[in-house]
Design a protein around this ligand. Structure first.
Ligand code: 3SL
Ligand code: MG
Length: 234
């Protein structure tokens, strides 16, 4: 099995993901939200690119949807929830379908259409992701959502942790960038100490959302692997 990394949603190339298993990571905070919501009984998450796309879905359906996401890290006007994973409790999301739009995370997920499997990864479910990867036994591309098309320390470190878990279960042929992310994780296993240098970490911190940061940096507290298929994450 080969493992490679793409560093941002803007760097996804069709030929790089075709016939591969893809893991999409936006640990701060979109994929942490998705993993948390699904673990708390959310029926499904529909990722969309724009606020208008989200409103259209709600308008044209009889089903009741919850709207979640962010722009500039803040709740979108008229939406039920922001992009804080702590809002997606069992009480708020169980039995509901979530329509979600975020700046980088949902863009990365939709950009991976064409891959064989599109798994939703985070620190929270890294071990579960690794087991699934090993059972699928296909070449893997870890897609980092990044931040506004740029490399982001947080997603890269999370990739290194997922790779670490895969290597505990199976042999893999790592690209140079995959080796580097694993090396950086290995030297920063206490990930908060390194993620604090990420620009997006500082943005979230400035908004007073340190509880979100602490939550998203926890390792393996969730045992599920959400997967995006035919427009919905189940
Ligand atoms: O860009 C995204 O998709 C978001 O996860 C960013 S934020 O952490 O909610 O600001
Ligand atoms: Mg992010």
């Amino acid at each position: 099995m080969k493992i490679d990394i793409i560093i941002s949603a803007d760097d996804i190339k069709k030929e790089k993901i075709e016939n591969k298993t893809v893991i999409v990571i936006d640990m701060l905070r979109a994929t942490s939200v998705i993993v948390t919501a699904m673990n708390n009984g959310c029926v499904g998450v529909i990722p969309v690119l724009t606020v208008e796309d989200a409103s259209e879905i709600v308008k044209n359906s009889k089903e009741e949807f919850m709207l979640g996401g962010e722009r500039n890290a803040l709740k979108i006007e008229g939406f039920h929830y922001s992009n804080s994973p702590l809002e997606y409790t069992r009480k708020s999301i169980e039995g509901k379908t979530l329509v979600m739009t975020t700046t980088n995370g949902t863009k990365a997920i939709k950009g991976c259409i064409g891959a064989n499997n599109i798994l939703i990864g985070s620190m929270l479910n890294a071990k579960a992701i690794a087991s699934r990867i090993v059972s699928l036994n296909k070449d893997v591309v870890i897609v980092n959502a990044g931040t506004y098309g740029e490399f982001s320390i947080d997603d890269f470190l999370c990739s290194g942790y997922i790779i670490d878990n895969i290597l505990k279960l199976a042999e893999a042929d790592l690209s140079d960038i995959a080796v580097t992310s694993n090396y950086i994780y290995k030297n920063n296993e206490d990930i908060l100490n390194f993620i604090k240098y990420a620009n997006h970490y500082k943005t979230i911190m400035k908004l007073g959302l340190s509880a979100d940061l602490e939550y998203c940096c926890q390792k393996d507290i969730i045992d599920i692997v959400p997967e995006y298929k035919d427009g919905v994450i189940l």
